[in-house]
Design a binder for this molecule. Structure first.
Ligand SMILES: Nc1ncnc2c1ncn2[C@@H]1O[C@H](COP(=O)(O)OP(=O)(O)O)[C@@H](O)[C@H]1O
Ligand SMILES: O=C(O)C1=C[C@@H](OP(=O)(O)O)[C@@H](O)[C@H](O)C1
Ligand SMILES: [Mg+2]
Length: 192
């Protein structure tokens, strides 16, 4: 009698073969500094592989309004509470998804625990790379005042957290978005 076929590695998620040395069928979660490319890379990686895409900033904004307005009305602490709930909801998705977090989401200890079950990808970068991006965008309240100094301060404090959570790190400096995705796809498929 033939039972159900063993699921093949490639059946875990269209196109992406999750290697056993990582976490089979886990969510792929992008973390890293502001303007590193978590949102654009996540969206495109998901589209290429026909996976669901969730951006936790978008989840929070959909439920509570624009992020700058949340910061203005509730302060950073208020935003972090909403963000932690958004992250938990995204990670509770039943089917494997690509999930882009906001840069500060990993500071929440509950989120850190939940991320143990995910494949965490740290998109590394530096100030020189993100400088034009943070100068031209005015929608990040954490960079209010002196965006360059703030980015550097936050990056210094957060780097150890990203590094400690990461299963995969991609140095994105000098890489166009499609190349970042190619590199990540290769690493995810390694050994599958
Ligand atoms: N590797 C890259 N090369 C060039 N531009 C990029 C790259 N990654 C992101 N960007 C651009 O930088 C800006 C911020 O990207 P975004 O995905 O919103 O960053 P994050 O979500 O990490 O804050 C966007 O305009 C995006 O198109
Ligand atoms: O790093 C941070 O503290 C923040 C990063 C933002 O997301 P991106 O990293 O996608 O810009 C957004 O969550 C909010 O403005 C706070
Ligand atoms: Mg983003």
């Amino acid at each position: 009698m033939s039972g159900s076929p063993e699921p093949s590695a490639s059946s875990t998620a269209a196109g992406l073969k999750h290697p056993g040395r990582l976490k089979p069928a886990a969510h792929i979660v992008l973390v890293g500094f502001m303007a590193a490319g978590k949102s654009v890379v996540g969206r495109e990686l998901a589209a290429r592989n026909r996976l669901k895409f969730l951006d936790t900033d978008q989840l929070v904004a959909d439920a509570h309004g624009p992020i700058p307005e949340i910061f203005a009305a509730r302060g950073e602490c208020g935003f972090r509470e909403l963000e932690a709930r958004g992250v938990a909801a995204a990670l509770a998705e039943k089917t494997p998804a690509v999930i882009s977090l906001g840069g500060g989401a990993v500071l929440d200890t509950g989120t850190q625990q939940l991320l143990r079950r995910a494949t965490v990808v740290f998109l590394d970068t530096d100030l020189e790379t993100v400088l034009p991006r943070i100068i031209r965008s005015g929608h990040r309240p954490m960079l209010a005042g002196d965006p360059v100094r703030r980015w550097e301060e936050l990056a210094k404090a957060r780097r150890p957290v990203y590094e400690s959570l990461a299963d995969i790190t991609i140095d994105t400096r000098g890489l166009p978005v499609p190349v970042v995705i190619d590199r990540l796809t290769t690493i995810l498929n390694e050994g599958a």
